[in-house]
Design a protein around this ligand. Structure first.
Ligand code: P53
Length: 483
């Protein structure tokens, strides 16, 4: 079949902490992500997300145990970006979604002036993209609050951090408005609720009770909602008129395990808490009644300033972006946990899963696209989608990744179907064009790329890049749009 839409944007996505490396170059400070050592994975489906205590962190700063911290090294994009962008162009990518490390621009969060060396680095990267004719979408915060902000201000639970973030955004608009077409203030904003360390720069181990933890998580999240709205308000003033501002939500499609109404209701509630709440705030500009009820019943009390709700209403996103990797089932009880190392969702007997337990479900993407279009009537963008697999180079220095070709093409087909359903979805960036360090497990061995990178879990290797079979498949798809 031929993909239905000609002017659809196709490309790939990465994140600073998973590709750049060079953690101590150009004035950069550390983030909590760079303090999580690599630990060999025994059970790949067990939860690995976050998980540093403050003590671990402080030990890591001294680094006396000679542990390996993968996100300090990434895939050395900091030094190899030119080569990588040439490959992105060769693959046929029309758009590159990347993130800027806050800790390169304002290493201490409250520095009086931005760090010129950080600005220069990103300017050079954008220059290469421009030369290659690749559009740019930039995430401002991809799980990487500078630790200096955690240390001094306590991370996102402190309202002051909103101002620091807006100052950072102002610098980015001033420096890069001419090259950036799309801005996403926060990656997967709902991760703030799953992991305060990753989402908010706050140690889970600092909380004494679940209630105290949830209270802080929703408060920190509220600050991110306000920060995003402020950034949009400012961006509309500072950027060229065609610039678009979006949100990013980790989107796991869920189904009731069976037709028992109590399970369907559990599924509805689960979706409200894990997905709709976030889109409702940033796209409709309001805290929905179901979440206010949830807060009241769970003794969660969000401190808002007088104009907050009105402000959210007046500064909603232009488009909705989301990541989509998998689906899961929901039931009140008797549901086998299966949905992998980042979620507590249940198994679906009709689906296969990756080694990490992520259940592969292309139709689930079409379901979500339709649901979101029905709910919000705003343009949609799939900012992450892909499959992580254990892979090695073969004797021909490539990887015969037919499973990836199948994963991507099946998902592309469902996007095409959704467009035929009437959904306004305008682009897609795969996770990821190039192998990167895993966000959740810190492994290099969880490979998503259509380009292989020769590093192992301990950063041994040449770092050289090799094209997988899927690279050529994607390149051909970009020319023919045939699936
Ligand atoms: P890794 C949870 C659920 C869905 C996507 O993840 C998620 C997460 C958190 O890991 O994260 C996004 O590398 C995230 C990327 C990440 C990618 O998915 O754990 O935005 O940074 O690399 C894949 O396999």
């Amino acid at each position: 079949m031929k993909f239905i839409k000609d002017d659809f944007l196709w490309g790939g996505a990465t994140a600073a902490s998973q590709v750049e490396g060079a953690y101590n170059e150009g004035g950069k400070t550390l983030t909590m992500l760079e303090m999580k050592p690599f630990t060999p994975i025994k059970d790949r489906t067990a939860i690995h997300f976050g998980g540093n205590t403050k003590d671990d962190y402080l030990k890591a700063i001294e680094n006396k145990e000679n542990l390996h911290y993968p996100k300090r090294f990434g895939i050395d994009f900091y030094h190899r970006y030119k080569e990588d962008i040439v490959l992105f162009k060769e693959a046929g990518m029309g758009i590159y979604r990347m993130s800027i490390a806050w800790s390169r621009i304002f290493p201490y969060g409250d520095d009086e002036k931005p760090n010129q060396s950080g600005i220069d680095f990103y300017r050079n990267v954008f220059e290469e993209c421009k030369k290659a004719g690749i559009k740019v979408m930039v995430t401002m915060h991809h799980f990487d609050t500078p630790y200096e902000i955690t240390k001094k201000y306590g991370g996102w639970t402190n309202r002051i951090v909103i101002d620091l973030f807006v100052k950072y955004a102002e610098t980015l608009f001033k420096e890069f408005d001419n090259v950036v077409d799309f801005w996403l203030p926060f990656n997967e904003i709902n991760v703030a609720i799953w992991s305060t360390e990753v989402g908010l720069g706050v140690f889970e181990s600092d909380f004494k009770s679940k209630n105290e933890r949830d209270q802080a998580a929703y408060q920190g999240l509220h600050h991110q909602f306000i920060a995003q709205a402020k950034v949009i308000e400012l961006g509309k003033k500072m950027c060229k008129p065609e610039t678009k501002f979006g949100c990013m939500v980790a989107n796991i499609t869920t189904y009731s395990l069976d037709c028992n109404p109590i399970n369907e209701m559990a599924n509805l509630k689960s979706q409200q808490l894990s997905r709709w709440f976030f889109y409702d705030v940033v796209a409709k500009g309001e805290y929905p009644t179901y979440i206010k009820r949830y807060f009241a019943e769970n003794n969660i009390n969000i401190k808002m300033e007088n104009n907050d709700e009105k402000f959210l209403k007046n500064n909603t996103v232009d488009f909705i972006s989301f990541s989509y990797y998998m689906s899961a089932t929901v039931a009140v009880q008797g549901n086998d946990k299966a949905s992998g190392n980042v979620s507590t969702g249940g198994k679906n007997p009709f689906l296969e899963a990756t080694e990490w337990g992520w259940q592969i479900d292309p139709i689930g993407l079409r379901v979500s696209l339709n649901q979101m279009w029905d709910r919000y009537q705003k343009p949609l963008f799939i900012s992450e989608n892909g499959i992580g697999v254990l892979e090695n180079l073969n004797s021909k220095n490539t990887v015969e990744d037919d499973y990836r070709i199948e994963y991507l093409s099946k998902h592309f087909e469902q996007i095409s179907e959704a467009i035929k359903d009437g959904v306004d979805v305008f682009g897609y960036t795969m996770w990821t064009p190039i192998d990167v360090v895993s966000a959740s497990t810190n492994e290099m061995s969880k490979r998503y790329g259509i380009i292989y990178v020769d590093y192992d879990d301990y950063h041994n290797g040449t770092g050289n890049r090799f094209k997988k079979k899927s690279f050529y498949w994607f390149q051909n798809f970009m020319k023919t749009k045939e699936l």
